[in-house]
Each structure stands twice: as C-alpha cells, then as structure tokens.
Design a protein around this ligand. Structure first.
Ligand SMILES: CC(C)=CCC/C(C)=C/CC/C(C)=C/CC/C(C)=C/[C@@H]1[C@@H](COP(=O)(O)OP(=O)(O)O)[C@]1(C)CC/C=C(\C)CC/C=C(\C)CCC=C(C)C
Ligand SMILES: [Mn+2]
Length: 341
C-alpha cells in the first residue's frame, strides 16, 4: 500500500507525514552526512557508555549484536545506543517494574529524552544516545512517538480495526526503522529517493511488530490483551471469547492466513529498501528480515496454534540465515526501489 495514495488508511497518511519530515531533514543536512558533534568533556566515559550499550545489546539480542559487528565501528556504536534506549523504553511497560509505571513516569522519561537531544543527558546510557543524535541526522519525533506507543499500552488493550493497529505498530516498531536509517546510511550510488528508503525502514518495523503480535497471541491473551483488529476477527466469525478459549479451529486458521499474508506484504515492501542502504549496513538488516519472516513460517508449521505453542526459529536455522543474508547483502541484482520522478 502506497502511504500517500488515496486508498491509504488515515493512520498511514499520518505516519507518512513523519517519514516526509525525516527525509526532508536529511536532504537539508546533505545525504545522511554527519553534523558537528556536541563537545564531549570526558571521552573515556563516553566510550565506556557505548561499550555498556554493546554489552546490553549482546545480552538481549545476540544474533542482532553479531550482525552489528559487520558495520563500521562508529555506526555500530550508534545503533547500540539507539537499541538500548528502545529496550529501556519497552522495559518501562513490560519489565519487572511495569506495575508501577504511570503516565507521569512516561512524561518524566520523555523529559529525559528532550534533555538528551539538547545535550543534557541524565545518565551515561543517555549520554551515548546524546552523542549519537548529535552526529547523525536523527530526529526526535520517532523517539517521542515510541513513548506514545507505551502510553497507549497503559490504557488500550483492544484495536477496532487495522487502522488503529497500524498506528500502534508504527509507535512501537515503525519508529525503530526511522531512527535507524539515518545511522545506517543510504548508499552513495543509490538512485532511490530518501523518503522511499525511510518508508522501507518503516515497513520493516511494522512487519516485525505484526509478526510479534501473531507469535504472542496466547501470551498477550493471558494478560487480557488482544492486538488483533476486532472487525477482521468478526469477519471470520471470531471474537475475544475465541481468543481466550484458545482453540485452533478452521475459522482461526483462515483468519491467521490472512494476517500472515499482510505481515509478508510489509516484509516485501521493506526488502526493496535494503539494497539502497550503505553496503556495510545491509547484512544485519537482511539477517533480521530473514529471521523474523521465519517466525511466520513457524506459526504455519505449528498449524496456527499460537495459543499454546510459541513459534520460534531454532539455533541452526538462525545460523544458516546469516550466510544467506550475507549473500543477499553483497549481491547487486536484488530488486531495488525505483527513483522518484
Ligand atoms: C531500508 C530498511 C529496510 C532499513 C532497515 C531499518 C531498520 C533497521 C528497521 C528495524 C526494525 C526493527 C528491528 C524493529 C523492531 C520491532 C520490534 C520487535 C519492536 C518491539 C516493540 C514492543 O513490542 P512487544 O512489547 O510486543 O515485544 P516484546 O515482547 O517486548 O519483544 C519492541 C520490543 C520495541 C523495542 C525495540 C527494540 C528494543 C529494537 C530496537 C532495535 C534497533 C534500534 C536496531 C535495529 C537494527 C537492525 C539492524 C535490525
Ligand atoms: Mn515488550
């Protein structure tokens, strides 16, 4: 779905405005070139902060961490800093202290974000991100929007239709694409428009989150949450009761097939953008794309039982995906985005 087409959902149009703003920022600053870093008084402390970000990343997301090792040292550190901020944001509503998190706590977290963007970090991990955002054309809006997604999680547990769900997925995951593209960089030889590459990054985030949602249906239901479009459930003769009953029926299989098809469409949209990224950033992105897509295959292999069985990608499959991602990353004949006229 082209986000600026008349058929696009209202939330897709709203998110596309953010994409255009991000792309304009890059064009204003030159094609993803650095702008002057804020002065750092203690370089050792900053290096220590980045190292800690790398350690956290390795602890929580081993495969992804391995992928980042192929990026240039500067870019890898920046991606780690962004990863850690996202992880900490998600932990606020999903971590051990989640029960104590109030909208006020999220307001305070947002204030810290505003401060770090003007060079006043609260702690050393914020310091790493402050340094990153001063070096790359990363805008604050996707970060604010991710916090907005966490706010939504505090008050909302049902989604009327895909329009509402799309906006949620943008907030918690599409934003990650918009934060990462300016660091990963667009290949100097790319003819694609900046906004089309951002759009592909956004699509990868949406695809990943839709996949997460489909994998975690049973787990989320256990917490009273249904991240599935209510109108689409109804179309297949299903309701919340069926989700809580957790029985795999033919209606459920048919519904799931539809949802998986949509997630795959977003992956396809994302694939077009990967080859436009800077050469050394492509491999980790391909790796994450291939790994996440395999979760969808695994849901199918489980005969759509995402109530009691958790779809996962085994160690060997993960390992095999890495060289396959590498081959894609270096092969020039993968379909590319067409330049905008
Ligand atoms: C052109 C092109 C294709 C560029 C690629 C752009 C790019 C790098 C996109 C990344 C997309 C991505 C990895 C999105 C993350 C989506 C995600 C799974 C979000 C999760 C949200 C909350 O969901 P939930 O609570 O339901 O999930 P859990 O049960 O908690 O798992 C998140 C957990 C939000 C927090 C996100 C992160 C911690 C991931 C941050 C990742 C990065 C900054 C690095 C991305 C880089 C690469 C190379 C993949
Ligand atoms: Mn989470």
């Amino acid at each position: 779905m082209i986000a600026d087409s008349p058929a696009a959902l209202p939330s897709q149009q709203k998110v596309y405005d953010v994409v255009l703003k991000q792309a304009a920022l890059v064009e204003k600053l030159g094609k993803l070139e650095k702008f002057p870093a804020i002065p750092v008084t203690n370089r050792d402390l900053l290096e220590e902060a980045y190292t800690r970000c790398g350690e956290i990343c390795a602890e929580y997301a081993k495969t992804f961490y391995l992928g980042t090792l192929l990026m240039t040292p500067e870019r890898r550190k920046a991606i780690w800093a962004i990863y850690v901020w996202c992880r900490r944001t998600d932990e606020l509503v999903d971590g051990p202290n989640a029960a104590h998190i109030t909208p006020t706590a999220l307001d305070r977290w947002e204030q810290r974000l505003e401060d770090l963007f003007v060079g006043r970090p609260f702690d050393m991990l914020d310091g790493a991100l402050a340094d990153t955002v001063s070096k790359y054309p990363v805008d604050i809006q996707p970060f604010r929007d991710m916090i907005e997604g966490m706010r939504l999680d505090l008050v909302k547990s049902r989604y009327k239709n895909f329009d509402e769900l799309y906006l949620y997925c943008y907030y918690v995951a599409g934003t990650v694409g918009l934060m990462s593209v300016p660091v990963m960089g667009i290949a100097p030889e790319s003819n694609a428009s900046v906004e089309s590459v951002y759009n592909a990054g956004l699509a990868l985030g949406i695809a990943n989150q839709l996949t997460n949602i489909l994998r975690d249906v049973g787990e989320d239901a256990g917490r009273g949450r249904v991240y599935l479009p209510q109108d689409e459930l109804a179309k297949f003769g299903l309701s919340d009761e069926d989700i809580f009953a957790g029985k795999v029926t033919n209606k459920w299989r048919a519904f799931m097939k539809d949802q998986i098809t949509r997630a795959r469409m977003f992956f396809k949209e994302a694939e077009l953008g990967v080859m436009e990224l800077d050469k050394d950033s492509r491999w980790p992105v391909w790796a994450s794309l291939l790994l996440y897509q395999q979760i969808l295959d695994s849901i199918e292999a489980n005969d759509y039982d995402n109530f009691k069985r958790r779809a996962y990608v085994g160690k060997w499959k993960k390992l095999v995906s890495l060289p396959s991602a590498y081959v894609r990353a270096i092969s020039p004949d993968v379909s590319r985005l067409v330049p905008m006229s």
